[in-house]
Design a binder for this molecule. Structure first.
Ligand code: AMP
Ligand code: MG
Length: 885
């Protein structure tokens, strides 16, 4: 090319944004816009070639090539180029349309480097004599969506003239210089300063935007899932009419619906979506095929009781105000907020565009279809106006690292439902009452696990233990260091204690005996002894602060507090089973839990609750005499109940883990190896430390069959390191969600390497078969799939009550609207949601997820913040300023 016919221009801010993003990603980001025209008629190859040549030579940006000069990028614009068109004839293929789509899917992902010689590619695809696709892909640094639309419109116009043998009308486009100069002037202007202030004022709070995806933000993906739908011209017309009634535009209404949708799904009262804006405020800029578009964050406060009309009004106002400041670029805002590389300020992104009105292609019917808009961070909802005869097209593009196909389809169906509903909805309707579920969902029963009855024994712990003793009296029941205790011996020692307690008047049903023991053989003897005496045991954690232990004793008023030294006195009592009557409904243990806040409360659990837990989970685990368990947890934490009786009621061996060993992951790992432990129960945080010790050791030699997680949220993705080292001997890793009040466990989710890696969010799975799980809103209505609500548990795992606290019992154990009359359910205080696969995902505590309502009163150093969440009552929290950032 002759250099004298090439001119040089600096890059606009928008172009620089793409340039630096591309450099940062090492060219890994597919920052291109691809689309195709579906042309219902014959296209002349010669003439389309001539038309493209003419239009490319009118559109400076499409001819530009970016080079680095003294470390600065500049664009070189040749006066004339000869664009290439790939021609494909698929008319003889079996299914020309899908063959063409497949080709375009591949083509849109081909590398197109920002430093490369060509920033565009074009293809004409023949599907039949009278049907062609026009494919085009242009780097975002050259054209944005708006630029692409005016480019294809002009291409159609020129082609039409050529087909008609006419001279095409002169282009009205501005040279690229206009856009670049306008941008440079803007960045030195007062308007720029004002815009900057506007956005900093709106986003100084640095809140993380709410997303509907499970788990942590994944970063942008250039591959995406897409679900599409169309809305009929009638629905589009109704939407227009509804918008007019609400004194706004259909596009503002559509944007508002996306915001309302995010609010309804997440329960968040502060929602920020992104909105694509053209970044063009002057008529000259609108005549410029180039890149100027940006993303404008739109932040709104919505509450469940906000009316539809009010929500639309608020959101339209936000959008209108934002658009006045749209030239201030999102990447500049991120930089000012110190968030570069930290993810955008918005959750889902919304794009409203108009396609079709100005397109003419000879006399053929032609529709435009977007193929790619650049990388997808989270969810990207595009609504295209396809013209009066075709209605609207909805595309929901999603980051595959964050959403499953089923989830994307669900979001699409629901957005269609909302867009359809809005046309006839009462504007005064509170947004909480909008129907969220798509058509198919409304036909299906609400999600939930109904706790179908499972055959189970009626029994007590002493009865089942006696059976285990009778089956294998000489087998080892307990190991602690060098000491081993057989079933026969454990039976005898606990019988002596039981007889001792009965002789002293401390035994008998519903009597409570407190135990102040460290983890030891004696602890297990004491637990069994108390149960055999008919009494319930109350474990005290000897590591807890003294006040807490006294508070528990104060509330529980046990008949007796037993200490290790008291056991010696039992030696003179007979080692035969005492004769006491204990019913399955009698209390077996009382565990005091504090929850996250508040005074410890004593949860009273009957024998039968534990018996049925073992029966209900048997098909999953099949625990038996071959199993070796650890007693790792404090007896005051109900994970220990599962450890002790899981082992001793199924003939297994229980290895007592002394306190110091439980605190040293390396020593514990050695114990697991040495004792050939097969069943391990861990909180995720303890297991992550164990994983670290295992990694340092290069993978321990383990005999594990099952690892059961519980007590706190698991991040399944973190387990990958474990699978890496235990590819062959990997035990089944299981997450069980549980609460003391429902007897240890309520749900089950088993992972293998692939499902752990692919899990998004903290999957807690399905219900223990005889329990019911429901996710309910504040009005106790089941929420649809994917919508956050509070988790409730019903069924035969429920505790009898809180010891001596009838008021608190009535508050937490409430009437179950789904079960038989009189049935109760436990209100967990946890947020969860159903996934399309029928499993549950844990989202946190209701009180952790409260949304700051932005209502702040400064009181010197102290601020009052009004906190609300649909699943929580109001609360006023006082926070110090320095705690807020
Ligand atoms: P607690 O009654 O002391 O056992 O505590 C029960 C609480 O622990 C539940 O309400 C949850 O908040 C949390 N929890 C228990 N198991 C899990 C789990 N698998 N995933 C997430 N949180 C859990
Ligand atoms: Mg628990």
């Amino acid at each position: 090319m002759n250099p004298s016919t090439t001119r040089e221009l600096p890059l606009s801010a928008a172009q620089l944004g793409f340039w630096y993003a591309s450099l940062r990603s090492g060219g890994q980001r597919n920052e291109t816009v691809a689309e195709y025209l579906d042309i219902r008629g014959r296209v002349d190859r010669e003439l389309i070639g001539a038309a493209l040549r003419r239009v490319v030579n009118e559109a400076d940006a499409v001819r530009a090539r970016i080079v680095e000069c003294d470390g600065e990028p500049v664009q070189l614009i040749p006066d004339e180029v000869e664009p290439e068109i790939e021609f494909l004839d698929l008319s003889t293929a079996d299914a020309p349309e899908s063959a063409a789509e497949e080709w375009m899917r591949r083509a849109r992902n081909e590398e197109m480097d920002v430093t490369g010689p060509v920033l565009s590619s074009f293809a004409l695809i023949k599907l039949a004599d009278d049907r062609y696709f026009w494919y085009q892909r242009v780097h975002h640094i050259a054209l944005d969506g708006y630029g692409g639309a005016i480019f294809t419109a002009r291409l159609g116009e020129v082609y039409t003239s050529l087909v008609n043998g006419e001279q095409p009308a002169q282009s009205e486009w501005e040279p690229l210089d206009t856009l670049v100069a306008e941008d440079a002037a803007y960045r030195g202007s007062d308007e720029f300063t004002a815009d900057r202030e506007f956005w900093l004022d709106r986003f100084h709070h640095r809140d993380e935007p709410v997303r509907m995806a499970a788990g942590a933000h994944k970063g942008p993906s250039w591959d995406f899932l897409r679900e599409a739908a169309t809305l009929s011209p009638e629905t589009a017309a109704e939407l227009n009419a509804a918008a007019r009634r609400m004194k706004t535009s259909w596009s503002a209404l559509a944007i508002a619906l996306v915001v309302v949708y995010v609010h309804r799904v997440t329960g968040a009262e502060n929602v920020t979506i992104g909105l694509t804006a053209t970044g063009r405020k002057s008529a000259a800029a609108r005549r410029s095929p180039g890149t100027a578009a940006t993303i404008m964050p739109v932040r709104c406060e919505i509450r469940p009781e906000t009316s539809l009309a009010e929500a639309v009004r608020l959101i339209s106002r936000e959008v209108r105000q934002g658009l006045r400041h749209q030239r201030f670029r999102h990447e500049d805002l991120l930089r000012e907020l110190g968030r570069v590389g930290g993810g955008p300020l918005y959750g889902p992104l919304v794009n409203i565009a108009s396609f079709g009105q100005t397109l003419s292609f000879a006399d053929h019917e032609v529709t435009s279809h977007n193929l790619l808009n650049g990388p997808v961070e989270d969810l990207f909802v595009s609504i295209y106006d396809m013209g009066a005869e075709r209605g609207l097209t909805l595309h929901v593009n999603a980051n595959p690292a964050a959403y499953s196909e089923a989830e994307v389809a669900l979001h699409r169906d629901r957005l269609v439902e909302l867009l359809t509903q809005i046309a006839t909805a009462d504007p005064d309707l509170p947004v909480r009452d909008l129907e969220l579920r798509g058509e198919a969902e409304q036909q299906a029963p609400p999600p939930g696990h109904d706790g179908a009855f499972k055959e189970r024994r009626r029994s007590t712990i002493p009865e089942l233990f006696a059976a285990a003793v009778a089956a294998t009296p000489e087998a080892s029941a307990l190991t602690c260091g060098a000491e081993t205790v057989s079933y026969r011996e454990l039976d005898a020692r606990s019988n002596r204690l039981a007889n001792h307690l009965l002789a002293g008047g401390a035994g008998g049903a519903e009597s409570v005996v407190a135990l102040a023991f460290p983890r030891s053989v004696e602890l297990v003897v004491a637990i069994l002894g108390v149960l055999k005496s008919g009494a319930a045991y109350l474990p005290l954690d000897t590591a807890h602060p003294e006040e807490r232990v006294y508070d528990v004793l104060d509330q529980a008023r046990p008949t007796l507090v037993l200490r290790p030294e008291d056991l010696a006195e039992s030696d003179r009592f007979p080692d035969t089973a005492p004769d006491v009557r204990v019913a399955p409904e009698n209390t077996a243990y009382v565990i005091y839990t504090s929850g996250s806040t508040g005074r410890p409360k004593g949860v009273m659990i009957p024998h039968q609750n534990l018996v049925r837990l073992l029966d209900a989970t048997e098909d999953w685990y099949g625990f038996g005499p071959g199993d070796v368990w650890t007693l790792f947890h404090s007896p005051a934490f109900d994970f220990s109940v599962w450890e002790i009786f899981g082992a001793l009621l199924t003939g297994g061996r229980l290895v007592v883990v002394p306190f110091e060993v439980s605190r040293s992951p390396g020593d514990f790992l050695t114990l697991l190896e040495r004792e050939r432990v097969t069943v391990l129960n861990q909180t995720p945080s303890a297991f992550y430390r164990l994983m670290e010790a295992d990694r340092e050791r290069g993978g321990a030699d383990l005999a594990l069959r099952s690892v059961v997680f519980g007590g706190e949220a698991l991040e399944p993705g973190v387990l990958e390191g474990w699978y890496e080292r235990h590819a062959d001997d990997a035990p089944v890793l299981v997450n069980m969600y549980g609460i003391t009040e429902i007897t240890v466990h309520a749900s089950y989710a088993a992972f293998d390497r692939a499902s752990a890696a692919g899990a998004r969010g903290s999957v807690i799975g399905t219900a223990v078969p005889d329990l019911g799980l429901q996710v309910l809103d504040a009005a106790l209505r089941p929420v649809p799939v994917g919508v956050a609500g509070e988790l409730y548990v019903s069924g035969p795992g429920l505790a009898r009550c809180y010891q001596g606290r009838p008021g608190l019992t009535a508050e937490r154990f409430v009437a179950c609207p789904f079960g038989a009359p009189g049935e109760r359910m436990y209100r967990s205080g946890d947020l969860a949601r159903w996934r399309p696969d029928g499993g549950l995902e844990y989202l946190g505590r209701t009180d952790d997820q409260v949304q700051l309502r932005g209502f702040r009163v400064e009181l010197g150093e102290v601020e009052a913040v009004l906190v609300r969440h649909p699943a929580v009552v109001h609360a006023v929290v006082v926070v110090r300023e320095d705690r807020l950032g």
